[in-house]
Write a protein that binds this ligand. Structure first.
Ligand code: GSH
Length: 326
């Protein structure tokens, strides 16, 4: 596949990422510390202390960028953006338009941070990364945890008053995030990186069953957990935004496009048109990353021109489309 990883702190340019049935397996992330407002963790939220490393291409990192915008934490948490192309050296910093070099560690490759945080580390080098400039380590590299902590533990510093996980809704939000993870967020990768027909078939079937399900939910209500945007919507949005331009073609998720689902498509435009979402979207980085970085999937790295997608087209928040049975 051409993707590398760290083994005892040393970079190795190739790795296996499938089981013996050809199924893509996404390993767990390594850093799970929490920033806590009540002082119960050594990582207290403080303006200027933390740095976020992201790729604008990556749907997981994109979640953290949206939350940082929504909460009004752009002044408090500084940012680096890797080059969209991930070659056999892994994520790298560059001056490509939209990329932001590493002003904190002056790293050339993202993996340098992982080795700084844990010199004998073994595993993948992924974005997002929340870095602590005070203790020079990685606080957390799991998107779902990073968005939750920015949402709930940073209110004293946040310049906005958005709350994407009201306590009463938390069980439902967690359930929704769990429900979309394997079939949708990870499902597109399970389809795209499958190396045997059965593994691909399984992933695509589950993916579209889940999209069909949420299409029906959105025929009853505007957002995943009711009438307000929550963390679950952020988690779904970053996959849907990439779907027609990348996953449909590159990962062969081609039973239907998102534009073919009237409720999902209206919902996607609704979210996109929220300023905090739109400000974090970069289709150039997205297409360049996927089409160029997976030689096993797209050997010549040609980036297709289309499709033409009008995310700015008007939508009607009150409009619902009932499911038409085939
Ligand atoms: N579970 C992680 C997944 C992060 C992840 O897999 N990021 C991808 C980019 S889309 C990555 O950095 N991949 C590099 C690699 O696999 O070597 C999260 O949600 O934050």
């Amino acid at each position: 596949m051409g993707l590398g990883l760290l083994v005892n702190g040393e970079w190795q340019k190739t790795r296996d990422q499938e089981d013996d049935q050809g199924r893509f397996v996404r390993p767990e992330t390594d850093f799970h510390h929490w920033t806590m407002a009540d002082g119960s963790s050594p990582f207290q939220p403080q303006p200027g202390r933390y740095h976020l490393y992201v790729s604008l291409a990556c749907p997981w990192a994109h979640r953290t960028l949206i939350m940082r915008e929504l909460k009004g934490l752009t002044d408090a948490i500084s940012l680096s953006v890797v080059d969209p192309y991930m070659g056999d050296e892994g994520w790298a910093f560059s001056d490509y338009p939209g990329a932001i070099p590493d002003s904190v560690n002056q790293a050339r490759y993202l993996r340098e941070l992982y080795v700084k945080a844990k010199p004998d580390i073994s595993g993948r080098v992924t974005v997002p990364v929340l870095w602590d400039k005070q203790t020079n380590t990685i606080v957390n590299n799991e998107s779902r945890e990073i968005i939750r902590m920015l949402d709930t533990e940073w209110n004293a510093i946040a310049q906005g008053n958005a709350n994407l996980c009201p306590p009463a809704l938390q069980p439902e939000i967690d359930q929704a995030i769990d429900a979309i993870y394997q079939p949708i967020n990870n499902g597109v990768y399970r389809a795209g990186f499958a190396t045997q027909q059965g593994a691909y078939d399984e992933a695509v079937t589950e993916l579209f069953a889940a999209l069909d399900y949420w299409e029906q939910v959105l025929a009853q209500q505007r957002y995943m957990c009711g009438d307000r945007i929550t963390e679950a919507d952020i988690c779904l949005f970053t996959t849907l935004y990439r779907f027609d331009a990348v996953y449909y073609v590159h990962f062969k998720c081609n039973l239907r496009r998102i534009v073919d689902y009237p409720n999902l498509w209206g919902y996607l435009r609704d979210l996109y048109q929220q300023p905090a979402f739109k400000a974090t979207c970069n289709m150039d980085h997205i297409k360049r990353h996927y089409y160029m970085s997976h030689p096993g999937v797209n050997p010549h790295g040609i980036v297709p021109k289309g499709p033409e997608l009008d995310f700015d087209a008007p939508h009607d928040r009150a409009q619902r489309f009932a499911l038409v049975e085939a």
